[in-house]
Structure formats: structure tokens, C-alpha cells
Unconditional design. Structure first.
Length: 118
């Protein structure tokens, strides 16, 4: 059974940094992404990375502040978040596609809470 497990969330002051990690079990060579959902809002795309790690994409809200990376030997995907703002407060979800040609994300983690205080 495929499982995605996020970690690294927490409480941080505005301007601070956090690194989220997603461990993938029984899954490899999958494009991965990070999404987030703030209270009362729809889930939104944050960043994505191809299975090789050679291609990355970012939402405008993440460009210049967040960096997605992966370690295929460890089956993990990380999201380094710098210069955090209160509006980054959300539950962050890791997701995986079946292949680079897939349009949708098939597998989702349970999420990790990120809270940025003023």
C-alpha cells in the first residue's frame, strides 16, 4: 500500500524558515508535489518536482522563497520554506503522481500543519 508521510511542520515567526519532508513508501520514480490548504480556503498548489528532480514548478506564492527537492535514494521530497509570512499558515500536503505524464495526483499524505505568527 502506497503511503506518504509528511513531517516538519510547526509554529514559526514571520520571517523564519521551516523544512517539510515527505517520505514515500512503496512508491518510487513518481513526480511529487506540495499543496496547502488554509482555513476556509480551497487547497492550492505550492510546488512540484519531476521524478528525476530535473524539473521543478512553483506557484507564484512560493517563487523565490520555497525550494522543492528530492532524494530518490531515500524516497523523500522536501520543501524548504524561507521568509515565511502569516499567509503561509496552512496544512501542507505531499502528493504523488503515477508518472510524469499524469495530469492528476493519485496519492496524498495526511498533511502537516504550518503556522506562521506575526
Amino acid at each position: 500500500q502506497v503511503q506518504l508521510v509528511e513531517s516538519g511542520g510547526g509554529l514559526v515567526q514571520a520571517g523564519g524558515s521551516l523544512e517539510l519532508s515527505c517520505a514515500a513508501y512503496r512508491l518510487n520514480r513518481s513526480p511529487m508535489g506540495w499543496f496547502r490548504q488554509a482555513p476556509g480556503k480551497e487547497r492550492e498548489f505550492v510546488a512540484a518536482i519531476s521524478w528525476s528532480g530535473g524539473t521543478t514548478n512553483y506557484a507564484d506564492c512560493a517563487k523565490g522563497r520555497f525550494t522543492i527537492s528530492r532524494d530518490n535514494a531515500k524516497n523523500t521530497v522536501n520543501l524548504q520554506m524561507n521568509s515565511l509570512k502569516p499567509e503561509d499558515t496552512a496544512v501542507y500536503y505531499c502528493a504523488a503522481k503515477l508518472s510524469d505524464f499524469s495530469d492528476t495526483y493519485t496519492y496524498w499524505g495526511q498533511g502537516t500543519q504550518v503556522t506562521v505568527s506575526t
